[in-house]
Design a protein around this ligand. Structure first.
Ligand code: SAM
Length: 602
């Protein structure tokens, strides 16, 4: 296993697969061991005591986080998560509710939830915390995964140490160096690693580690750390501690943020501010936020699965899992489970490759043949092909979800016509030129009206949906060309795709309704009657290459747009990303992904 990984992201994309698995052995008194590295994950002399002495105390904790609004720990080697749980436990006992801890960890061989359960069962005092961690666990999935546990955010880079450190966007206050022994795993202790640690360090950053190896001491010193030897833990005679002096970074100015647009993009940004105790102003012309597709009575949260391993492909996996976690607590869920049926043999081949790559674990995605698909759907499917089944994918009520995410924001029901900037202050104006809000942190998420306020290279498609009662309700939602959602009142089908110009929206037409119904009737042999169906059409914003726009555009101006038909899946993580940018908190997106979503103005 060691040495198989690439030091940097390869230039030409490789197939998107699961990360390499750890080859665990539990035969040494239940202490997990890596067979390929021939080393243990935590001390046989007491894993928790080691975490306390070698990492927490060595980094001056809990004293050093006492006066910090935000404290950031960087760990190299997440393994079983024991260090994280020990930190969480100490944080719970010592931090105030308005403080925020970011724990960022890098792990190339992520464990399965089952492995975590087995290893962490040895620590009954951490049972509640490990249960929460395992419930939120992303599984063996590449990418950068952020999880929130109260006022702690855990960010896991499921990646080799080198690209992860190179692409991490965070400033660290305490480092836990917990790779396997330097002699057995020199990759985790290279000059490259120490140099990047230094460039990511906040002023006064401290380092804790179990080792006293000479080349580690020399490497840290060369990178600018001041290193001391301390008495070792357990059987180890000595260990190292270090600290770093850096330039202090100016704190960002955070006044009341203003968000233009109350669809899922604006709602997600609002939600992540609210979680940090900041109440934004949300401006949207629609009462009850029935904005664009977020005003539809049903919508899907589905993964986007690419065959090739690109930064954005990993991001799509993380974004999907992040959205599921958010909606479990704050979404209005109508149904769980979505079938994506192949429409031809070419698509079958593509789906088989996706299954083989296992970019999502079996519990998240599996191949189903025609017969199983019919059972899951609860009705006849006329095309005799199989497809992919996503048991955790969601059918949501976007309207109710958006309302739940934005409580208790200050809402202003106004159509914004213009924004101006003067002396770092952004002013938001209505159609009469009247100023309706001012801020140093303005977020533009106004969907199809984006070009009223800024220039971006975007496109617009109008999509019509229909919904109504059906004698037979599907047991799960389905995509087969068009989609059909298992919906409270019966069934919701859609959506048409018509390219429109800026400011245009195709009014719902009987022809689109008939097309929507016909494709469903052809798929299922059912006869839905167009007369009893309601209809709604809205405009989606897309981009040339179908990637979203998420960026800090100018000082104090942030844009979230181009989410196409994937707003419910993309917005939660992109919203958190922009909130972190504004607050200068560690980013949940690596730098490569940030670059892909930072478009030049059109
Ligand atoms: N902190 C962990 C805990 O609390 O269980 C134990 C970490 S264990 C000693 C070392 C970890 O480093 C392993 O989980 C291993 O998979 C990871 N690792 C080894 N080589 C790596 C590499 N090149 N990049 C990233 N992680 C690596």
């Amino acid at each position: 296993m060691a040495g198989v990984l690439h030091k940097a992201m390869p230039n030409s994309p490789k197939p998107l697969t699961a990360p390499l698995a750890p080859d665990l052995d539990f035969s040494r008194n239940g202490v997990p061991t890596s067979q390929s590295f021939d080393d243990i994950y935590f001390s046989v002399d007491g894993g928790l005591e080691e975490a306390d002495a070698v990492f927490l105390k060595a980094c001056g904790l809990p004293e050093r986080w006492k006066d910090k609004a935000v404290f950031v720990i960087g760990e190299l080697g997440f393994g079983s998560g024991l260090n994280f749980l020990a930190t969480w436990d100490l944080w719970k006992k010592t931090a105030k509710p308005d403080q925020h801890l970011h724990f960022i960890s890098i792990e190339a061989y992520p464990w399965s939830a089952g492995g975590l359960q087995k290893a962490l069962a040895h620590f009954p005092s951490l049972k509640d915390l490990s249960t929460e961690l395992i419930a939120a666990w992303p599984g063996r999935v590449k990418g950068v995964h952020r999880m929130h546990f109260g006022n702690i955010s855990l960010t896991l880079f499921h990646s080799d140490i080198h690209p992860a450190l190179e692409n991490m966007d965070a400033r660290i206050d305490a480092w836990f160096l917990d790779g396997f022994s330097p002699a057995k795993n020199p990759d985790m202790w290279s000059d490259f690693v120490f140099g990047h640690m230094a460039s990511h360090s906040n002023d006064g950053a401290m380092v804790g580690t179990f080792t006293a190896a000479g080349f580690v001491r020399r490497g840290l010193t060369k990178a600018g750390f001041t290193v001391t030897k301390q008495e070792g833990f357990g059987r180890k005679r000595e260990r190292l501690e270090a600290f770093y002096t850096a330039q202090t970074m100016p704190k960002p100015v955070m006044d009341t943020p203003v968000i233009i647009g109350g669809g899922i993009a604006g709602a997600s940004i609002a939600h992540w501010f609210l979680r940090r105790g900041i109440t934004p102003i949300l401006i949207d012309p629609h009462k009850h936020l029935k904005t664009a597709a977020s005003g539809n009575p049903g919508g899907l949260v589905m993964p986007r699965l690419d065959l090739q391993d690109r930064p954005e492909s990993r991001f799509f996996l993380s974004a999907y899992l992040y959205a599921l976690r958010l909606y479990e607590s704050h979404g209005h869920i109508l149904k769980k489970g979505v079938l994506h049926m192949a429409m031809g043999h070419k698509e079958c081949d593509r789906f088989q490759k996706i299954i083989k790559g296992a970019a999502l674990p079996a519990g998240q995605m599996r191949w189903v043949d025609h017969e199983e698909a019919q059972k899951l759907f609860g009705s006849t499917l006329t095309k005799k092909l199989g497809g992919l089944y996503f048991p955790c994918a969601l059918t949501l009520s976007p309207i109710k979800t958006v309302l739940s995410l934005t409580k208790p924001c200050t809402h202003l029901n106004v159509q914004v016509s213009k924004i101006t900037k003067n002396n770092n202050i952004w002013t938001v104006l209505d159609k009469d030129g009247k100023a309706i809000a001012q801020t140093q942190n303005l977020f533009i998420c106004n969907g199809a009206n984006i070009l009223d306020l800024i220039h971006e290279d975007v496109r617009f498609t109008s999509g019509q949906i229909n919904w109504g009662a059906s004698a037979k309700k599907p047991k799960c939602s389905i995509i087969a060309g068009n989609y059909a959602l298992a919906f409270e009142e019966g069934i919701l089908i859609g959506a048409s795709h018509t390219h429109v110009g800026a400011g245009e929206n195709n009014a719902s037409s009987l022809k689109n309704t008939q097309d929507n119904l016909q494709s469903y009737n052809a798929l299922t042999n059912m006869e839905l009657n167009a007369q009893s169906f309601q209809t709604r059409s809205s405009v989606r914003v897309t981009t040339k290459d179908t990637l979203p726009i998420a960026k800090k555009s100018k000082d104090g101006l942030y844009i979230l747009s181009g989410l196409g038909s994937r707003g419910l899946m993309l917005a939660p993580l992109l919203g958190e990303y922009l909130v972190c940018k504004a607050l200068a908190e560690p980013s949940p997106l690596c730098k490569q992904t940030q670059k892909r979503f930072h478009r030049k103005e059109g």
